[in-house]
Design a protein around this ligand. Structure first.
Ligand code: NDP
Length: 492
């Protein structure tokens, strides 16, 4: 299969790649160069309705297939991605600006793993049954599940194919047909997935992909009366507006939102590993991961050492062309996002923060001289209440805050509106458990960061989201359970 043509992204509806009904397109720039990469359809409610029609037509036959047969089709998609790993990784790096080493080792393998995992997980789903004995009654309660119908799956730009497949795979495995929308900022790999779907004979209408802007295409998906469930990953403000649209029409929503995650380095932490962990957590993927540890909380006795070691690691970073294998940090995803991160840096300065290193635009030599590059910033001297410590920036910006004891570390960790994840560095196992249970977050990593087992739950508390993904939680979201209460006479 030839997947090197990235310039014309199309919708994928009823098994065909087609333009928007209006013929309108949006332009898609390449962030590392600032040049036009290509176009994508500017879809509107009519395109969404067309996708819903296709999904409706395919719904009954897909929902009636056994989990094994649906799994077979998902595995075909996974294999198609794996066989074209180089092309997918290159496309993801060009479209997003992330280093090719990251696309190759993380984004694309994980996209295939999502499809494979849910292909298998659906086979292991089982019904729940309770035998209920009451005076004069002998009952068997069996809870059976059926697919919810058409699933709306809306995903962000930071881990484009990784997060798109994290939603569509469980929806499809659970027996739903899908109308999906990737971010207009990074549409290319979802389009490559559509090409793979055609190539491997994925059943038409089961997976539909509609490209366009959030307010137009995304909103049309959220509002469509025949889409009963919306799985969304993105910003907290967008999540709030989706919740508002969905609530009066009693639509199921799963919301994975922003984070302002702490990395907590205790005085007993193994320092080499802790600094490396804090560094990776702060700046991986240009700091554009919801799980990034943008607040580095350090025991006061270790602050000087952690600060100087982090500065050294930042200075060693190779920043530049995402397509170079040696690149450790690529460009930010867009010019507007670069400007947003720069304005957050200005806020940090205005609040009295000291930018110890980084925070400057970079213009690499060669083809990337007009790209959206920013050197990773490390800031200290800000109060915990400062906006820089409270609001998600979603870029290569981290702050350092000292604490005196465990109690203060927990207070700082929890005193934000978000609660997605945390990483805690300590060599004391009792403390690890004690503190982990008190941290308000959906995921706490101890002495590591961003390790995932797809069977485990994933999600956020407070303003970081509503509901959980992962393993059977993902499958259950896309299903409706019915309890069948069967009275029988065991003496007959
Ligand atoms: P956005 O919320 O801007 O967008 C996410 C998706 O929603 C995009 O496809 C977007 O389309 C679409 N969208 C935007 N507005 C609407 C709307 N009114 N109705 C329906 N859909 C809409 O987030 P970003 O793409 O900027 O992603 C960054 C955010 O995502 C960060 O806050 C990050 O923390 C969060 N995130 C959370 C994760 C988690 O698991 N908790 C994981 C990864 C990221 P378009 O882009 O085309 O406008």
């Amino acid at each position: 299969m030839k997947l090197d043509h990235l310039s014309e992204v199309l919708n994928f509806i009823g098994g065909e790649r087609i333009p928007a009904i209006s013929g309108k397109t949006l332009s898609n720039p390449e962030p590392a160069t600032g040049k036009l990469l290509g176009t994508l359809p500017a879809s509107n409610a009519d395109d969404v309705s067309r996708a819903v029609e296709a999904a409706n037509e395919a719904k009954a036959s897909w929902g009636e297939l056994s989990p094994e047969v649906r799994g077979f089709h998902l595995e075909n998609l996974a294999r198609g991605i794996e066989e074209n790993l180089e092309a997918f990784a290159r496309a993801e790096s060009i479209d997003n600006g992330k280093p090719i080493a990251v696309s190759k080792s993380l984004d694309i393998p994980r996209a295939a793993a999502n499809l494979r995992f849910f292909a298998g997980a659906a086979r292991f789903q089982h019904e729940e049954a309770f035998r209920t004995r009451l005076p004069g009654d002998d009952l068997l309660n069996v809870t059976v599940s059926r697919p919810v119908g058409i699933a709306g799956c809306i995903s962000p730009w930071n881990l484009p194919l990784y997060l798109f497949t994290w939603k569509i795979a469980p929806a499809l495995a659970a027996g739903c047909t899908v109308v999906g929308k990737p971010s207009e900022v990074t549409p290319v790999t979802a389009d490559l997935l559509a090409r793979v779907a055609i190539e491997v004979g994925f059943p038409p209408g089961v997976l539909n992909i509609v490209h366009g802007t959030g307010p137009e295409t995304g909103s049309a998906i959220v509002e469509h009366p025949q889409i009963p469930a919306i799985s969304f990953t993105g910003g907290t403000a967008t999540g709030a507006s989706i919740a508002q649209q969905a609530a009066p029409i009693f639509k199921k929503t799963l919301l994975e939102l922003g984070g302002k995650n702490p990395t907590i380095i205790m005085e007993d932490a193994e320092l080499d590993a802790a600094v490396e962990g804090a560094f990776r957590a702060a700046y991986s993927n240009q700091g554009q991961i919801c799980l990034c540890g943008s607040r580095i909380l350090v025991h006061e006795s270790k602050m000087d050492e952690v600060t100087s070691r982090l500065q050294k690691r930042i200075n060693e970073m190779v920043i530049g062309d995402p397509l170079e294998e040696s690149t450790m940090m690529g460009s930010l995803v867009s010019e507007s996002h670069l400007e947003k991160v720069e304005s957050c840096l200005q806020t940090a300065r205005d609040e009295g923060g000291e930018i110890l290193v980084g925070g400057e635009r970079l213009s690499p030599e060669g083809r990337c001289s007009s790209g959206y590059f920013l050197t990773p910033a490390l800031i200290r001297g800000l109060p915990h209440s400062a906006e820089t410590n409270q609001q998600e920036i979603f870029g290569p910006v981290a702050t350092l805050t000292p604490f005196a004891n465990e109690e203060e570390a927990l207070h700082l960790a929890n005193d934000v509106r978000y609660g997605l994840s945390a990483s805690l560095w300590t060599s004391n196992v009792d403390r690890a458990l004690r503190m982990s249970e008190k941290i308000e977050a959906g995921t706490v990593w101890v002495n590591t960061w961003m390790k995932r087992d797809l069977r485990t739950v994933f999600g956020g508390v407070k303003d970081s989201g509503l509901g959980r993904e992962g393993g059977s939680e993902s499958l259950r979201f896309f299903q409706e359970p019915t309890n069948i209460c069967l009275r029988f006479n065991s003496s007959r």
